[in-house]
Design a protein around this ligand. Structure first.
Ligand SMILES: Nc1ncnc2c1ncn2[C@@H]1O[C@H](COP(=O)(O)OP(=O)(O)O)[C@@H](O)[C@H]1O
Ligand SMILES: [Mg+2]
Length: 363
């Protein structure tokens, strides 16, 4: 059984000078030892959640638990968490050793012990031997590692990471994604990572919380979220999607673009209006006769591993196709896909609204 380490219950954050609450009745549980990601567009409340866990921001209402104990009133320095900030917040006038040792010195640990812990932490982030370097002699990626070493040296139960990779270039960023994931598994501590980058979230996490406008709209494994987006927002935000309006005629049968298709979803009202998602990589191009849909090729771009081909159907819906083969611009082609490639979603609503609506049908 996994143990719950952090829980939020109906947490609200309301600033006086803003009309809308920044967090709206947010509830979730974090299990020990896993890699969690808060994913959402800028301004959706990710940093606010981290700051509340760390104790830098107070909740307006609701409860925050750590190992089952309510911690709303526990000061930041008494919480077993550490934060890696976006801008690293290193001390520029101290060298690498001093930066990492800082927290331990404040705790007045014996000198020998500090030394051992700092060296271990630097080893962990592959910076052994860099103890005497000045911060301004380090590259962006190395500073990032110093910031991580400084956080893990305190042996926190939970490490909070607020967009720690966003200042790095693409190559380094990908390297650091692997490293962080590996480090989390090695240390076995709980990571709560914040990003607005969906690829990063999919690559690194055990569990993703997708956020929008102060709410968690969906939570699940990367595969759950990618394959079964709960609504338009998630489908659109996580990965490239083709989204069209449709009607769920009956279980396992959906209509869109004036045609009827077999699918694998059920459990909705007959003729419930829905949105249909098909991922670009699940579409393949065939002849108009063989295709389930007929579309006209508009433009294409080579993306390194595939062509990104934009087509339009007779209703004017756009269809993006990822294909390893080129198509001819202006030509009519068929699109083929399988029943399991069709993802049917109810209209844009959170898990709570969705459950409430489902209940209202059952009454
Ligand atoms: N001190 C503050 N006073 C008023 N509004 C704030 C304050 N801090 C953050 N906000 C607002 O709260 C919302 C969420 O911010 P934040 O949690 O930083 O979002 P994210 O990290 O997802 O980009 C934003 O609209 C932001 O402007
Ligand atoms: Mg933020």
């Amino acid at each position: 059984m996994e143990k719950t380490i952090i829980a939020f219950q109906d947490v609200v954050k309301q600033y006086e000078d803003t009309q809308d609450a920044v967090l709206k009745n947010v509830s979730f549980e974090i299990e020990e030892g896993k890699f969690y990601t808060l994913l959402g567009p800028s301004g959706c409340g990710k940093t606010t959640i981290l700051r509340m866990i760390a104790g830098f921001t107070e909740a307006t209402s609701g409860d925050i638990f750590f190992n089952g104990k309510r911690i709303n009133d526990v000061p930041a320095n008494k919480r077993p968490v550490n934060t890696v900030f976006q801008d690293y917040a290193l001390f520029p006038h101290m060298n690498v050793f001093e930066n990492v040792a800082f927290g331990l010195k404040i705790k007045k640990l014996p000198k020998k012990e500090i030394e051992k812990k700092v060296i271990d932490a630097l080893k962990m982030v592959q910076l052994a031997g860099y103890e005497d370097r000045e911060i301004n002699e380090m590259s962006g990626g190395q500073r990032q590692r110093v910031a991580i070493a400084r956080a893990i040296v305190n042996e926190p139960s939970v490490l909070l990471l607020d967009e720690p990779l966003s200042a790095l270039d693409l190559k380094l960023r990908t390297d650091m994604q692997y490293e962080l994931r590996e480090l989390q598994q090695r240390l076995g501590i709980t990571f709560i990572f914040v990003t607005h980058d969906q690829e990063e979230a999919l690559a690194m996490s055990d569990v993703i919380f997708v956020m929008n406008k102060g709410k968690i709209v969906q939570s699940g494994t990367p595969v759950d979220i990618y394959d079964e987006p709960i609504n338009h927002f998630v489908a659109d935000f996580v990965g490239e999607s083709n989204i069209v309006a449709g009607t769920m005629v009956e279980d396992y049968r959906v209509e869109f673009v004036g045609k009827s298709f077999e699918c694998v979803d059920g459990g909705m009202r007959p003729n419930e209006p829905v949105e249909v998602v098909i991922r670009p990589e699940d579409l393949s191009i065939t002849t108009p006769e063989k295709g389930k849909l007929v579309v006209k090729v508009d433009t294409q771009l080579f993306r390194g591993v595939h062509y990104e081909i934009i087509c339009y159907d007779a209703d004017g819906n756009e269809w993006m196709v990822h294909s390893t083969r080129k198509a001819k611009e202006g030509s009519k082609v068929g699109l083929s896909f399988e029943p399991e490639d069709i993802h049917v979603m109810r209209f844009n609503e959170s898990e709570e609204d969705f459950d409430a609506r489902l209940e209202s049908y059952e009454e």
